[in-house]
Design a protein around this ligand. Structure first.
Ligand code: SF4
Ligand code: SF4
Length: 279
């Protein structure tokens, strides 16, 4: 039976795609973004037990070499992953797609659909395809929130049950993307074009960190692609870097000024984009 490591399920979210949605966050990511706001979702727990003593309500314990998590006792203080030396979280569950759907069904009929995020949700490709198939069978919309490292054009099975992808384009040039994430962006940019051409691109996001990468080049190039592919109605979210939740070493990264964000918004709109959002 296919399972995935689930970091959390938010029953009702209005920030993970259009309308009210249940958002499912899967553990693990193949990028290592310097500005990651949820670094505890990057790696898998190795059951070292280092976090257990920091859990005052004793929601964590070691049992047969594995860390066990008791959701009932947890007060969501986050002390565990702040003390994890491996960039992981002990607050995860192995779940099948059907087990996730049991949670999702509790939220019907108040949701329009589900959004699967991460970490990077496509690292759990087979689980994902099962979950989205089940959600579709219930009449729910299905969105993915992805860093774009999975070749969507080569995965018609997954695309058949995916309404749309909310795609991060973290930097345009290969060098910049390597500096921001530790990985190149060849597949990301191919996905940007392919998803736009195939009307599967729900939203594009770029987090703006001046000095870390060429933000102007990135916003300009993404806007040009959206324009050239007739995707001017696709939302482009230009996101201000904020240090909250970011690892200590990167907290001093510069945040953009309001003026810089407005300038980037103007650039995007100069390409005819109709739904540019700065947040
Ligand atoms: S969450 Fe981190 S500190 Fe806790 S057991 Fe897992 S790897 Fe160790
Ligand atoms: S967030 Fe972590 S440390 Fe805090 S109560 Fe829950 S399991 Fe324990």
């Amino acid at each position: 039976m296919v399972t995935a490591t689930v970091n959390k399920i938010i029953p009702f979210s209005c920030v993970d795609g259009p309308g009210n949605r249940t958002a499912v966050f899967l553990q693990g990511c193949n990028f290592d973004c310097k500005y990651c706001h949820n670094p505890e979702t990057i790696h898998s727990c190795v059951n070292c037990g280092a976090c257990v003593p920091y859990c005052k309500p004793q929601a964590l314990r070691m049992e047969q070499g594995k860390v066990r998590y008791d959701m009932e006792k947890c007060v969501l203080c986050d002390e565990c992953f702040h003390h994890c030396p491996h960039g992981a979280s002990p607050r995860t569950r192995e779940m099948t797609a059907e087990q996730v759907m049991v949670q999702v069904r509790k939220n019907m009929p108040f949701i329009r659909g589900i959004t699967v995020s991460g970490g990077e949700c496509t690292l759990w490709r087979d689980f994902l395809a099962e979950l989205l198939t089940l959600a579709k069978a219930e009449g729910l919309g299905t969105l993915l929130d992805s860093n774009g490292s999975h070749d969507f054009s080569g995965d018609p099975g997954l695309m058949a049950v995916t309404d749309g992808v909310m795609l991060d384009v973290k930097a345009w040039s290969r060098q910049d993307h390597l500096a921001v994430t530790g990985r190149d962006n060849e597949t990301v940019l191919r996905n940007l074009c392919w998803l736009a051409e195939n009307r599967k691109l729900t939203e594009v996001r770029t987090v703006i960190v001046p000095d870390l990468f060429d933000c102007t080049e990135t916003v300009e190039a993404v806007s040009r692609i959206l324009s050239e592919t007739g995707s001017t109605a696709t939302r482009y979210k230009i996101i201000r870097f904020r240090p909250m939740g970011v690892r200590e070493a990167y907290k001093s990264l510069p945040a953009p000024t309001g003026e810089q964000l407005s300038r980037l918004r103007d650039i995007a709109e100069s390409y005819g984009l109709q739904d540019v959002v700065t947040v």
